[in-house]
Design a protein around this ligand. Sequence first.
Ligand SMILES: *Cc1c(COP(=O)(O)O)cnc(C)c1O
Length: 402
Amino acid sequence: MLKNTFKNYPNDKGYFGQFGGRYVSETLMPLILEVEKEYEKIKSNKDFIKEFNHYLKTYVGRPSPLFFAERISNDLGGPKIYFKRDELNHTGAHKINNCMGQILLAKKMGKSRIIAETGAGQHGVATATVCALFGLPCIVYMGEKDIQRQSPNVFRMKLLGAEIRSVSTGSKSLKDAMNEALRDWVTNVEDTFYIIGTAAGPHPYPTMVRDFQSVIGKEVREQLEEVEGKTPDLLMACIGGGSNALGLFHEFLDDLDVEMIAVEAAGHGINTDMHAASLAGGKPGVLHGNKTYLLQSNTGQIQEAHSISAGLDYPGIGPEHSFLFEEKRVTYMSATDKEALEAFQYCCKLEGIIPALEPAHALAVLKKIAINYSKDKIIVMNMCGRGDKDIFTIANELKIKI
Ligand SMILES: *Cc1c(COP(=O)(O)O)cnc(C)c1O
């Protein structure tokens, strides 16, 4: 494959270089192959694309605006900074783009029961939402610890009619919820579709999730062409599993003059054991059906991730990012809890936008590096979620009673 065709990955076995693939049990293999076969069929089917776009427009609220953050641009004194406002989507983040695509696929496949895993609850809420929309039962696996930490989202999912199954194995968080969901899938082969929430898992999930999210970058290309008559100089996004970042980046991967920076959560610091930076602090291994960078101990045990932002709190990263990291197509940096908290407040005061703590990590790095770019440069940052869900965490961190 030519060096400059990053967009053509993965290969037909689902590998991005050495990463990705399909490391699943024999019992799961037929299910995964069926999803792949059906996805291949619908992805270029005109009727499917039309239906997907229809719901993105009339239900999700796409296209999301591209906003010139003028006060922040002036304050940082360098390049023009734009926010891609995916926080304005229905349910408050980018997750619904992917859920919409996957539930339409599930319907095409004649599936009648939906399962999902969730950590912070954002993906659970988006899945419960599309299940209500199409009248399908929804079961969400969630770690016991996360159920306690994320009670507003648990309540939202219940209002939307979902059943929450508490997972009390392992670290009682996202990684274990994903294991339980995979187990459920194997035992309910006939009727169940598993909606994975980020660009991870066995092939074809990392590719499928990326494709459904890539509407973000496609819109950016058109919108920026209209207002500036050019492509962006730098794209920025935060990384949990990596789906919103790939959603923004994928369209531009072969535009080699477009620079990209993705931001991992450094928690209390990369050199502590309290962070979620899988690339900066992890090494390659296999988890949840794919090979990728993982936080692990010397003996290969998966380590718990930490971040102030529950959405970034995953000990792995999608395999495509591991590939783009090793190929150096994307630069990976990180921001600590403290830096994200500062950037959060900065964004509220300067632009009247309460960001989610996840994109606040990207903004924290943007604030530091903007000075290196001249006034004629354009940076687009994905504002992938809104901060309503985070106000209790913020109040707690700032020691404010609400
Ligand atoms: C879930 C979530 C993330 C992390 O997931 P990615 O797959 O890395 O995008 C980031 N931001 C928000 C707002 C989220 O809800």
